[in-house]
Ligand binder design. Structure first.
Ligand code: G6P
Length: 461
């Protein structure tokens, strides 16, 4: 294979490796929203995908160079463990993620001290290592698509190393407003913006995040490159094939047994601070308080799976979530009814089964780049289910008109929306569900990738 004309760059790769009982290397799909939206789009394109080797098995599997898989090449970057932790845990996840999602508890965080500065140097080093790997892989004039908040500096480095390449950056998460950017030291904020501006174009999931990026550039006197808005889309075909699989049927049958004749409220999320799990459960409890008729008549099934467990904030959040669910169940359960079913196993098939079955789907993030679950739910649901959606999710722009609007901070308002969704008459449910279905089916992973390539200036795409 010659040098590729398209190079994809992301922190987490599309494949991860483990060792089975006999010590053989086994390949599985990498996890997370980025990979699930980008993976199907890149499969079969012949592109090269540069990503970090996260586990020891990942390093071993790719020690001899690039791996060929599913119609693309994976080139893994092995990064020293301590450097990776500083880049990924301290800067990307504990700082940039919090900043872009407005999650900082400003009385306490962030704390920019000597250790943070050291971590920022590691962040720069990893971004530079990515740029060097791309410079090494890419054919003359190739297009490079750099993904997400972990890798904002790649474009700046690449512009120096390989000015012949066309690079675009795509942010999967929201972009912060200028005030929030002010939580970073000035030189770091500037480096972040200038690194992004080193790409020929910057893409976002929603016009709102693009505008926030432009406002940050403007406030810091940096000239923004052209921006584009290209919301990610699930693969309808893949989703329906999971939904119709025997494994999914079995999961659905199991769920039906647990739910019985009750109405079903569902949520599917990572255990993640931005997803607003605590307020979701509290709003459900508010509903049980204010609308006694729903007691013993509705079950809230929450499929939420652990994420970023290396970070203390995430561990603490998980125990807070589990403690709250236990408290609510202890308060309200009756001999024949448990109000909340909390499932923390990471099973995509089980989540899809729940999405087929919901009467109301709760999607209430405090701020979210897009939120694919809202689209996935609308595509597979079989009960004319209603989606109660936070207006702070990027996907609101696309499908909000067919959903019940949530202010994610307003518990009483969320409880009211849940009551409205649960008691909605069939004619309105059908009308909304069919509109939502049509909106959610627009776009595809391939189309999304094409829009990024076009924005990067690739001829003929
Ligand atoms: C979510 C976000 C993506 C991000 C990914 C990283 O899916 O929407 O923007 O890239 O998390 O997840 P990870 O597990 O790799 O930290």
């Amino acid at each position: 294979m010659g040098r590729p004309d398209v190079v994809i760059v992301s922190n987490r790769g599309p494949l991860s490796f483990t060792r089975d009982d006999r010590g053989e290397l086994v390949t599985t799909r990498g996890g997370g929203g980025l990979v699930s939206s980008l993976g199907p789009a890149v499969a079969g394109t012949g592109a090269t995908w540069v990503a970090t080797a996260v586990s020891a098995a990942d390093r071993e599997a790719t020690a001899d160079g690039a791996v060929e898989a599913e119609g693309f090449r994976l080139r893994s970057l092995a990064i020293e463990r301590d450097v990776y932790k500083q880049y990924y845990d301290v800067v990307a996840n504990a700082t940039l993620w919090f900043m872009h999602h407005n999650l900082f508890d400003l009385a306490r965080r962030p704390r920019i001290d000597r250790r943070w500065r050291q971590a920022w140097r590691s962040f720069e080093d990893v971004n530079r290592a990515f740029a060097e790997a791309v410079a090494d892989e890419a054919g003359e004039g190739a297009t490079v698509l750099v993904h997400d908040y972990h890798l904002p500096l790649v474009g700046g480095f690449l512009a120096e190393l390989r000015p012949d390449l066309r690079a675009a950056h795509f942010h999967h998460v929201p972009f912060c407003e200028p005030t929030a950017l002010g939580t970073l030291p000035d030189d770091v904020a500037l480096a972040l913006l200038e690194g992004l501006c080193g790409h020929g174009a910057c893409g976002f999931q929603s016009r709102r995040w693009a505008a926030a990026f432009e406002a940050c550039c403007h406030a810091r006197g940096v000239t923004a490159p052209p921006t584009f808005v290209a919301p990610a889309a699930p693969s309808v075909e893949e989703l329906l094939s999971v939904a119709h699989s025997p494994a999914c049927e079995a999961e659905l049958a199991h769920l039906e047994e647990q739910v019985g004749d009750c109405s079903l409220l569902v949520r599917v999320d990572r255990i993640e601070l931005s997803k607003n799990l605590l307020r979701g459960f509290l709003a459900f409890e508010e509903l049980l308080h204010t609308e006694p008729a729903w007691r013993e008549r509705v079950v809230f099934a929450a499929f939420v799976y652990p994420s970023r467990i290396e970070l203390a904030d995430y561990l603490a959040y998980r125990s807070e979530v589990e403690g709250l669910v236990e408290r609510i169940n202890n308060t309200w359960s009756t001999p024949s009814w448990t109000p909340i079913l909390l499932d923390t196993s990471d099973s995509f098939v089980r989540s899809v089964a729940a999405l087929r079955r919901y009467d109301v789907l709760l999607v209430n993030p405090v701020r979210d780049g897009l939120n694919l679950v809202a689209k996935e739910g609308a595509i597979v649901n079989e009960r004319h289910g209603v989606v109660a959606l936070s207006r702070e999710a990027g996907v609101w722009d696309e499908v909000g008109e067919a959903c019940l609007e949530l202010n994610p901070f307003d518990l009483a308002g969320t409880a009211e929306a849940l009551a409205t969704g649960l008691s909605m008459g069939m004619a309105e449910r059908m009308e909304r569900a069919s509109r939502l279905h049509d909106l959610a089916e627009q776009g595809s992973p391939e189309d999304w990738l094409r829009r990024q390539l076009r924005a990067a200036g690739t001829p003929g795409r």
